[in-house]
Ligand binder design. Sequence first.
Ligand SMILES: Cc1cc2nc3c(=O)[nH]c(=O)nc-3n(C[C@H](O)[C@H](O)[C@H](O)COP(=O)(O)OP(=O)(O)OC[C@H]3O[C@@H](n4cnc5c(N)ncnc54)[C@H](O)[C@@H]3O)c2cc1C
Length: 414
Amino acid sequence: MTTEKVDVLVIGAGPAGTVAASIIHQAGYTVKIVEKLKFPRFVIGESLLPRSMEALEEAKFIDAIKEKGFQEKFGAKFVKGNSVCDFTFKEQHTQGWTWTWQVTRADFDKTLADTVEKMGVPVSYETTVTDIKFNGSDSVTTVEDLQGNKHEIAAKFIVDGSGYGRVIPRLFNLERASNLQPRKALFAHTVDVRRSMADEPNRITAVVHKPGVWIWIIPFSTGVTSVGFVGDPSFFAEYPGTPEEQYRAMLEAEPYTRERFRGVDMVFEPRILESWSATTDKFYGDGFVLTGNVTEFLDPIFSSGVTLACVSAQTAAKLVIRKLKGEAVDWEKEYMEPTMQGVNTFRSYVMAWYEGTLDTIFFSKDQDPLIKNQICSVLAGYVWDETNLYVKNHNTALKRLARTIELTQILKQE
Ligand SMILES: Cc1cc2nc3c(=O)[nH]c(=O)nc-3n(C[C@H](O)[C@H](O)[C@H](O)COP(=O)(O)OP(=O)(O)OC[C@H]3O[C@@H](n4cnc5c(N)ncnc54)[C@H](O)[C@@H]3O)c2cc1C
């Protein structure tokens, strides 16, 4: 078996893997990416958040992404019956990016992978990691190609960006169950010929369909729109038939989607995903760091996945560079804690969404613009800005605000 030597081996060519690879390569280290699939490949996760732009900028990906003409995204709209709550990223507490993109991930991820390859990072596609042996922080990884040929890669450090593949947690028994309830999604790309062009294309819309069930509507610049239902698996059991029959019946059952998506053509048969929430004991170890979905993935409601992937990769890459320079790195303080700070802030918002707390806040008639700006910053992905009380006190502030709104309504009625 041949053995190749690199400074850093990156597993997975998704956003986490490519952002980390680019930043480490720019610091002068030899990096190689191994990717199980051939790109372009389908993956869900199409709505980005402004905070991801900072990581994509540091990875020097922005110009290449701009050239692709993806749909620009300026906000997020929440709809329940006739009530609408619209967030515009320009009106937010944190100083930062005020826009981002809505992307078909197959094209977006291929753009990132092609760009990092042009920079000089080799990407081996259709190459799967099957085993890793650590000797201190040095490692030897076994990879296998489609023909079953095995090959070894010796590295001083491994960045695991393998997403739902969860390579290192699976190989080393680090997996842990999530504390979020299992949920299911049924989604497709629709040919959206009846799209309203006013505010529609430049934001994601999340429609509350029933308690605990919501719909994402993510328009792309091509005229195609991603539409997905998310909720408790019991909701989907109410709809008989094939995934397409279920999907069309669900679109018909929701007044917001009924007319617009009636009889639409679909780019692919509706697909199902379920029980995606997962986590890991610790996000680092001697000779490796976990980034992106491998650390923890929560829920699609606030489009946090790609942003957490890019930001964790950006943070991890800088620490890997310091480690390779021989500097001391406190992985717990400098990586695990900030990563969990972001994840836990989003977790509070995800829970508040499914418990109905955010319904009370989003659809209240008297909204305080300053509070709305603070919540908007969380929705823009600025979940590390502790000057924002809705970040700092993420686990109490939303409940307190909802209770105040409810009490005010009761007093008004009396
Ligand atoms: C229903 C649903 C909707 C979502 N919507 C959104 C959204 O709107 N916005 C958002 O930001 N996020 C969303 N997400 C989350 C998003 O899909 C992920 O968070 C994001 O793709 C994570 O990026 P990543 O780079 O960590 O992993 P990935 O993009 O999954 O990339 C990992 C790569 O690793 C490769 N790999 C796996 N195993 C191996 C192996 N053994 N060897 C080599 N390579 C391997 C895979 O082939 C893959 O290409 C959604 C998720 C779900 C379930």
